[in-house]
Design a protein around this ligand. Structure first.
Ligand code: HMG
Ligand code: MG
Length: 289
């Protein structure tokens, strides 16, 4: 048996949030239900952000209410503030995520707040979650490149990682939000971050805009990371990050990891089925356009 690597499926959230077509709630539920059969331990299914900012995620409560929860699978949701946290709790999200940026330009565009202002908001959310016993994942976006500020300094990433760890996040996902990161830059960023956090609480979240996501996964594997985010069908992007394209496709990530001798615990046939559903959702949008 090879060493285990967890793939954290973000397709229903990071994948679908960027789709222009209003995807029916029933389609989202069907996608999550398919993913629940694929062997993922965690699936990010919703985002309780402002519906004015991301209309595509407005039906998060209906999605969480409609899915068939499989025992042992944690259904996660993004929460930008206390209002979002209350909505996530009411919808019975099993895990929540707070999401900061390493660059000021993206923080302002995505959260209408400076990095430090956002961290103050997130500290309140993390404290409430701790009191309720809800696990908190932290994201750091723009870990190598920002669509507004350009190259990001590794020490800036490490500072935000440390702040999120201090808040009690059990895991930090490092996001190459616009998929521009080069392996050398990812490696330098990880070297700085590993001074403030152990590799076993870090996840790699690579968008594949420049076709370098798998090379960046290899750099992260060499640095000891064993958790990676993927989105079935390579759906995705961030509406507030111009130029951000799809997430690294889960099926490509799983095949890559298997070829390197790692176990993902996924049923590749079911993952392929989910990827087909995801692509059909996008195809329908393209047909509408
Ligand atoms: P704001 O406009 O500064 O805040 O937005 P506000 O408090 O003035 O709220 C604006 C309106 O939204 C108000 O409504 C609020 O009530 C409402 P109005 O009074 O005008 O009718 N509102 C809410 N409604 C429902 N749920 C809430 C909520 N909060 C406010 N939780 C805010 C600040 C943080 C709300 C906004 O900037 C926001 O929602 N941002 C989220 C953007 C987003 O979701 N981006 C994509 C996810 S991040 C990502 O994709 C990156 C990642 O994948 C990692 C990577 O790739 O790097 C994670
Ligand atoms: Mg992302």
């Amino acid at each position: 048996m090879g060493e285990t690597v967890e793939i954290f499926e973000v397709g229903p959230r990071d994948g679908l949030q960027n789709e222009a077509r209003a995807i029916p709630t029933a389609e989202k539920i069907a996608l999550v239900d398919c993913l629940s059969r694929a062997g993922f331990r965690r699936i990010e299914v919703a985002s309780f952000v402002s519906p004015k900012w991301v209309p595509q995620m407005a039906d998060g409560a209906e999605v969480l209410a409609g899915i068939t929860r499989v025992p042992g699978v944690r259904y996660a949701a993004l929460t930008p503030n206390m209002r979002g946290y209350a909505r996530a709790r009411a919808a019975r999200a099993d895990e929540i995520a707070i999401f900061a940026s390493a660059s000021e330009g993206f923080s302002k565009a995505n959260l209408n707040a400076s990095i430090d202002e956002s961290l103050v908001r997130f500290a309140d959310v993390a404290e409430a979650a701790r009191g309720d016993g809800v696990p908190v994942r932290g994201y750091v976006s723009c870990v190598t490149d920002c669509p507004f500020d350009g190259a990001v300094v590794p020490a800036d990433v490490a500072r935000v990682v440390r702040a999120l760890v201090d808040m009690g996040c059990h895991e930090i996902s490092l996001g190459d939000t616009i998929g521009r990161g080069r392996p050398e830059a990812v490696d330098a960023m990880l070297a700085a971050v590993l001074n403030v956090a152990e590799s076993d609480i870090l996840a790699g979240h690579f968008h594949d805009t420049s076709g370098r996501a798998l090379a960046n996964v290899d750099v992260a594997l060499a640095r000891g990371l064993r958790i990676f985010d993927g989105a079935v069908g390579g759906l995705g992007g961030c509406p507030y990050a111009p130029g951000a394209a799809g997430n690294l496709a889960t099926e490509a990530l799983a095949a890559h990891l298997t070829a390197r001798g790692f176990e993902t615990g996924l049923d590749v046939a079911v993952v392929a089925e989910a990827a087909e559903m995801a692509r059909a959702m996008r195809g329908a949008k393209d047909a509408d356009a």
